[in-house]
Design a protein around this ligand. Structure first.
Ligand SMILES: Cc1ncc(COP(=O)(O)O)c(C=O)c1O
Length: 393
C-alpha cells in the first residue's frame, strides 16, 4: 500500500539519521549506555559528559548558558514546570501575587496547567489574539496588574504557525515586575530566540519538532533572576533537584545533535521550507471558498493552516487520502470538535471543522508539495459542489 505524503511535521518530525547515529552510540555495550549519574566509574563519567555536551548544544542554539538548561521529558513537562513550578515556588516564598496572563490559543499543556492553578484560587486572564493569531504589547499591557506574577505566551502557535514578538512582550512583562515564559516548541531554531539578550525568564524547548527524538525537551530558566522553581517530579535530585529521574542519555544526546544540526543548517533549511510554503500557497489560494489562516508576515516556515467554506468536514480527511495532515492539533484530533484555536481567531464552527494544518520540514520535497496540491485542488472543489447540491445552496 502506498502511504500518504507525510505533511504533519508540526505534530512530529522524522528523526534525522545523524541524530539516530548519535543516539545509538549511547545504547550499545561499547557506547555511553551507563547511568550519567553514576559517579564511581568511567562509564558514568562518559555518559555524564555526553549529556553535558548535549546541554551545551541546546544552549548554543538558543543563545544562553548550559547552566540555564534543564532537561525534561518534552514540551508538556517544560510548560507544566514553568507555570506550576513558579507558582508553587513563589507561594512558598510568601509572594501574594496570584494572577497569570496567557492567551486563548496556547497549547493545552499551558492552558491545563493554568486551569490547575485556577482550581487552587489563582486568577487567569486569557487574551483574545488578533485574527492573525498574535497578541501585541498594548493588549498585554491592558491586562497586566500588580497581582500578575507570570505571563505565558508561545513564540509560535502550533496550529496557525503565527509568530509573536516575544522580545517585546517579555520586555513589557518584566517592566511590570512579572516573569515571562514562552513555549518555543514550534519555533526554536527557525525563529530567533537569543535568550541572553532578551527579557524572557523561562522558555520551553523540544526535540521532536526539529528532527530529534520524542520524549525529551528542556526548560530554559534565566539564571540572573535567581528563580528557584518547585520541582514537579521528585527523586534522586537530578537536574539540580528540578527533575528527579535518570537523565536518558540517548534522548538528550539526540536532542543535542538535532539542535547542533539546526544551528549549522537552520538558515538554509528555513529558506528551503519557506520556498515550499510559498509554492503551496500560490497553488492553493485560488480554490474558491478557501481561507488562509494565520499571519502572512510573521510565521514559522513549515506550518500552513487553511479552512474551507461549504465543505462537509466529515468528508474532508477521508477524501484527501493521499496526504497525511491534521485538522488542528494532534492532541485534539480524536473528535470533530472545532479547534479552539481557530474559533478564537474568529472562524465559525463549520469553517473551523473544515480545516487542515499542512506542516512540512527538512525532508519534504517540492514534488511532494506539488502532489499534495494536486490532491487538494482536485478534490476540495468537488466536495464543495457536493455540499452545495445537498444543501440546495
Ligand atoms: C507549542 C507546543 N507546545 C507543547 C507541545 C507538547 O509537546 P509534547 O507532547 O512533546 O510534550 C506541542 C506539541 O505539539 C506544541 O506544539
Amino acid at each position: 500500500m502506498n502511504r500518504p505524503i507525510y505533511l504533519d511535521y508540526a505534530a512530529a518530525t522524522p528523526t534525522d539519521n545523524r541524530v539516530i547515529d548519535a543516539m545509538v552510540k549511547c545504547l550499545t555495550q561499547n557506547g555511553t549506555f551507563a547511568n550519567p549519574h553514576a559517579k564511581d566509574h568511567v562509564y558514568g563519567w562518559e555518559a555524564a559528559e555526553a549529556c553535558e555536551t548535549a546541554r551545551a548544544q541546546v544552549a548554543s542554539l538558543v543563545g544562553c548558558s548550559p547552566l540555564e538548561i534543564t532537561f525534561t521529558s518534552g514540551a508538556t513537562e517544560s510548560n507544566n514546570l514553568a507555570i506550576m513550578g513558579l507558582a508553587f515556588a513563589l507561594h512558598k516564598q510568601g509572594d501574594k501575587r496570584r494572577h497569570i496572563i496567557t492567551t486563548k490559543i496556547e497549547h493545552k499543556a499551558v492552558l491545563e496547567a493554568c486551569e490547575v492553578l485556577q482550581e487552587r484560587g489563582y486568577k487567569v486572564t486569557y487574551l483574545t489574539p488578533h485574527k492573525y493569531g498574535t497578541v501585541d504589547c498594548e493588549l498585554l499591557k491592558s491586562a497586566l496588574d500588580d497581582d500578575t506574577f507570570l505571563v505565558s505566551i508561545a513564540q509560535a502557535n502550533s496550529v496557525l504557525g503565527s509568530v509573536n514578538d516575544i522580545k517585546a512582550l517579555a520586555k513589557v512583562t518584566r517592566e511590570a515586575g512579572a516573569y515571562f515564559h514562552t513555549d518555543t516548541a514550534q519555533s526554536a531554531g527557525y525563529i530567533e530566540t537569543d535568550f541572553d539578550h532578551s527579557d524572557v525568564s523561562m522558555a520551553t524547548l523540544t526535540s521532536e519538532k526539529v528532527c530529534g527524538p520524542k520524549g525529551v525537551g528542556a526548560l530554559y530558566i534565566k539564571r540572573s533572576l535567581g528563580l528557584k522553581l518547585t520541582a514537579l517530579i521528585y527523586g534522586g535530585g537530578q537536574e539540580k533537584g528540578l527533575r528527579g529521574g535518570t537523565v536518558p542519555t540517548h534522548q538528550v544526546v539526540g536532542m543535542g545533535k538535532a539542535f547542533e544540526i539546526l544551528q549549522k543548517e537552520g538558515k538554509s533549511d528555513k529558506e528551503r521550507i519557506e520556498s515550499l510554503r510559498n509554492h503551496l500557497l500560490r497553488r492553493l489560494k485560488d480554490i474558491p471558498g478557501i481561507i488562509i489562516n494565520g499571519s502572512m508576515t510573521h510565521h514559522v516556515p513549515g506550518i500552513v493552516s487553511v479552512s474551507f467554506n461549504n465543505v462537509d468536514p466529515r468528508l474532508l480527511l477521508p477524501t484527501l487520502s493521499g496526504i497525511a495532515v491534521s485538522t488542528g492539533s494532534a492532541c485534539a484530533s480524536a473528535d470533530l470538535k472545532p479547534s479552539y484555536i481557530l474559533k478564537a481567531i474568529g472562524l465559525t464552527d463549520d469553517q473551523a471543522r473544515a480545516s487542515l494544518r499542512i506542516s512540512f520540514g527538512r525532508f519534504t520535497t517540492l514534488e511532494e508539495i506539488d502532489e499534495a496540491c494536486d490532491e487538494i485542488c482536485l478534490k476540495v472543489p468537488k466536495l464543495m459542489t457536493q455540499y452545495q447540491k445537498e444543501k440546495n445552496l
